[in-house]
Write a protein that binds this ligand. Structure first.
Ligand SMILES: NC(=O)c1ccc[n+]([C@@H]2O[C@H](COP(=O)([O-])OP(=O)(O)OC[C@H]3O[C@@H](n4cnc5c(N)ncnc54)[C@H](OP(=O)(O)O)[C@@H]3O)[C@@H](O)[C@H]2O)c1
Length: 293
């Protein structure tokens, strides 16, 4: 039995779908505040069956029984919450779980200090010292479903407003990863002993300039839109005012700092160990645009 933790999130549905298509027995840990409807629909689509256990990482006792039934756990809760991870590790020891796959992020590699980066590094170290047969996957920015806050929000914005704002020159490199490739990577590592106690960066097929990414979106959307460039310094100033007055800001000044940095990550180790072969941005964004229609 595979236990999915974080199944109701953005990444959860494609992971569940891939596991069921490969005939794995799957159970999802669900908080009482969350709905299982979309996961049930996903299971129906594949003709597979999924089991649900109620529990929360806030209470280690609540996850002991589902962990006892599992041979492998897939942990998709943000590693920023090191306290939840500690609860998971302690509960796994008590339940006798040996193997878990964790989803971290290439944020830990960005050459800029931030609270998020520090917390995720602390969590990765907790995993490394846990005694589990772990695999840590570090995806770059994930896109490719209506639930993503990255490209689907961008496409939605462009469709409605016919313009898009870029902070900085747009000459920085990015390498976003298509969501199905993250799900495939998770499934490929599960029983692959080469991946035990290893960390892998996983990213899109090729790095591309932010400006070139915008051109691909323009071409695939078949819509003209204005690309407005705002210098980073001015952008940071404006976003700090906006973040100061908004209750739930969609952008923070830290994010403007990060926009100018090249985010290029080699996935060679993943290709060698579990044949990771990601989708190109052209192909991935075309699939996303079709899904959003
Ligand atoms: N999205 C990206 O672009 C991206 C990029 C790189 C790495 N990642 C990493 O990939 C992983 C999955 O990301 P995501 O975007 O799918 O996350 P998400 O949409 O925010 O989903 C988070 C999941 O964690 C569950 N969760 C939160 N607190 C919990 C608790 N106390 N007990 C049990 N479950 C809890 C949530 O359940 P509820 O439904 O109950 O809230 C939800 O299912 C994360 O580690 C993230 O850092 C994401």
């Amino acid at each position: 039995m595979i236990l999915l933790i974080g199944a109701t999130g953005f990444l959860g549905k494609p992971v569940l779908e891939k596991l069921l298509k490969k005939s794995f027995k799957v159970s999802c840990l669900i908080r009482t505040s969350s709905s299982t409807l979309e996961l049930e629909d996903t299971a129906k689509k594949t003709g597979g069956e999924v089991d649900f256990s109620t529990g929360t990482l806030q209470s280690p006792d609540s996850i002991i029984t589902p962990l006892k039934k599992a041979e492998i756990a897939i942990y998709m809760v943000d590693l920023e919450h090191a306290n939840l991870l500690e609860n998971f590790i302690k509960a796994s020891e008590r339940a006798g779980l040996k193997r878990a796959v964790f989803i971290s992020s290439t944020t830990v590699l960005i050459p800029l200090e931030s609270k998020v980066k520090t917390k995720k590094i602390i969590s990765e170290n907790l995993i490394k010292n846990s005694g589990l047969d772990y695999t840590i996957l570090r995806p770059s920015m994930i896109y490719g479903s209506k639930d993503d806050n990255n490209f689907s929000s961008m496409i939605d914005f462009i469709k409605k407003r016919r313009f898009f704002i870029t902070f900085g020159s747009g000459n920085n490199l990015i390498q976003p990863i298509y969501i199905e490739d993250v799900a495939s990577a998770i499934v490929s590592t599960l029983n692959n002993k080469k991946t035990f106690k290893q960390i892998y960066n996983i990213s899109g097929k090729n790095p591309l300039k932010y400006n070139d990414m915008l051109e691909i979106v323009r071409h695939k959307l078949k819509k003209q839109f204005k690309s407005i460039k705002v210098p980073s310094g001015l952008g940071k100033f404006l976003i700090s005012i906006y973040a100061g007055i908004s209750r739930n800001p969609a952008l923070t000044p830290d994010q403007i700092d990060r926009t100018g940095i090249d985010k290029v990550y080699s996935y060679r180790k993943a290709s060698n160990d579990f044949n990771f072969s990601p989708t190109s941005f052209e192909e991935g964004i075309e699939k996303l645009i079709k899904e959003l229609k």
